[in-house]
Design a protein around this ligand. Sequence first.
Ligand SMILES: [Mn+2]
Length: 298
Amino acid sequence: MTEAFRIVSTSIQPDLDGVACAIAYAYLLEAQGIKALPSKGNVLDGEALFHLDRLDNQQWATAEQVEGASEFVLVDFSWLKKLPTHIDRMKVVEVIDHHPFNQPDSDYPNSKNQVEHIGAAATQIVERFIAADIDMPFYIAELLYGAIYSNTQSLKGAVTIQRDHDAAHHLEETYGVTLDIVRAQYKARTEQLLANVNDAVTQEFIPASHYGVSQLEMLDASRIWETYKEELKSAVKAVFEPSILSIVDALEGNSIHYVTNGALGRELAGHFPHLKQLEPDVYSADSAVLRKQIFKVM
Ligand SMILES: [Mn+2]
């Protein structure tokens, strides 16, 4: 008989928020006397991979431990479509998530659910540590801090609420985490995207009615644009025309938008009057114009 663990699971394809929450919450449960191990889906996200590479001795649930588990916690997701196939939804005992458009109460009838409008699930986990009055090791503080920044466009995105700011401040004040870790993770993601510009532009492309938008969040957006503009222009043209390519600065929160034709550019500028026209087909904004904002109005 193998020892029973409560498995804290990410979705089938987690970002940094999911990975950070799984590691951190399993640690918190253990600290509270509940045997727990994290389990992760297929990690492709550059920031999550960057953090995972830095972890020396992180323990993950083995396939046997997951198979033998009778209790599962889901972090940073609750959509049934993103549930790993080896998890029986009836065995889910807790959900901590910030995607409130799902139906966790009917999908996981035996679960205690905390699903809220908040910038990052990592914020919810930080609050659990504070409520339990349990300290976390520095590497977990860095993971959660990085996840909060990553999920909130550096605390500048529209999803951000005061609780996200408070959680980030708490990690700075209590554990001495700094923006250095955020810069490093954004740098890793930027390098991953630039390693194959065509793939990045294609993967981040979402079609809308008569156009589409590819959005890349990167460090040093202006410099990246100046350096790679010819490659980026032809990459987005190859996906669909007319299109918008948005390069959002992950840390500064400004953005650059390339449009493949003039009419689409005028439409965009008409909806977002704070856009500055840099060139006939290039606009910029001091506060990022995000794809989801564009889709709301065009
Ligand atoms: Mn998240």
